[in-house]
Design a protein around this ligand. Structure first.
Ligand code: SAM
Length: 278
């Protein structure tokens, strides 16, 4: 019988597809916890059986109420509570941030048991620069909001990491190609599972490949940083376009600004259309 853990919140990373990636420490923490918070009890039951964990499970999700969260925090003084998500690292495009914050504010111990995370795993596969990266999570599903989100990071000199689903992959790659130009990118799919693959190419090549045939499974898109000349900041681009749009059509404004700032014409045009529509 495993000894109980000291009270506090334990954030435990779990596999993103391959059960063998559950670390011995993660399994031990789950076995020794007094209570386990999971997004979906059915999804986590298999993992907990694999780990030999028998503690009672409760559901913790993004829409868990403030009162329920306070009730969990109140237990942390006397219980070791483990937080897991359906897969990967809790808090990373998954619930948990508010709980960790509330636990800290109440002065409870917070521990992490690090492990699999799809964003980090994709970076290790893509062969793109890893010295600076920006994790964007899921982009908004609607075209306008997605375009704005891409425009906001277009000038950032870092590799971009984006979570996506198969049915939306083609449209997202197309928007990225239109707004970011000819950057190198990778589509990492089903990482650590039987059909793991990582396809690399320019954004336009990948957009074309996946346009007609949306792939199955879970996906991370990794986009390399802009070439030196493409790196005008978004605010530089917006103010130059704002000024040019007062005189010119979107396409002429984009051509002028692209030339002047050295940014890809497609990026300037996509942004000019967005600004003109406001
Ligand atoms: N917290 C998780 C983590 O640490 O990666 C992410 C949870 S988020 C709700 C789920 C998304 O992560 C999926 O839509 C996909 O973009 C990505 N993902 C999760 N597992 C993956 C895998 N095995 N291969 C590729 N992407 C994966």
């Amino acid at each position: 019988m495993d000894e109980r853990l000291p009270p506090g919140l334990y954030v435990v990373a779990t596999p993103i597809g391959n059960l063998a990636d559950l670390s011995p420490r993660a399994a031990e923490t789950l076995r020794r916890a007094d209570r386990i918070l999971a997004e979906d009890k059915r999804v986590s039951a298999k993992l907990l059986a694999h780990a030999g964990a028998r503690a009672p499970m409760a559901v913790y999700q993004d829409h868990t109420s403030e009162a329920e969260r306070e009730a969990i925090v109140a237990r942390l003084g006397g219980e070791a509570i483990a937080l897991i998500s359906d897969a990967g690292t809790p808090l990373i495009s998954d619930p948990g941030y508010k709980l960790v914050r509330a636990a800290r504010a109440a002065g409870h111990a917070v521990h992490t048991v690090p492990g699999p995370c799809a964003a980090i795993a994709a970076l290790t596969l893509a062969g793109l620069p890893t010295d600076r990266f920006l994790f964007l999570g899921f982009l908004p599903p609607k075209a306008k909001a997605r375009g704005d989100a891409i425009a906001e990071v277009a000038g950032v000199r870092a590799t971009l990491v984006i979570y996506e689903s198969g049915p939306r992959l083609g449209a997202t790659l197309e928007a990225l190609a239109a707004q970011l130009g000819a950057r190198e990118a990778a589509v990492a799919r089903e990482i650590s599972k039987l059909h793991e693959e990582c396809v690399t190419g320019t954004l336009a090549e990948l957009a074309q490949r996946y346009a007609a045939a949306p792939p199955r499974g879970e996906i991370v898109i990794v986009v390399g940083p802009p070439a030196a000349a493409e790196g005008a900041s978004q605010s530089d681009l917006d103010s130059a376009l704002g000024e040019a749009l007062a005189r010119l059509s979107p396409s002429r404004a984009a051509a002028e600004v692209a030339e002047r700032l050295g940014v890809p014409r497609k990026r300037a045009y996509a942004r000019a259309l967005q600004l003109a529509a406001r």
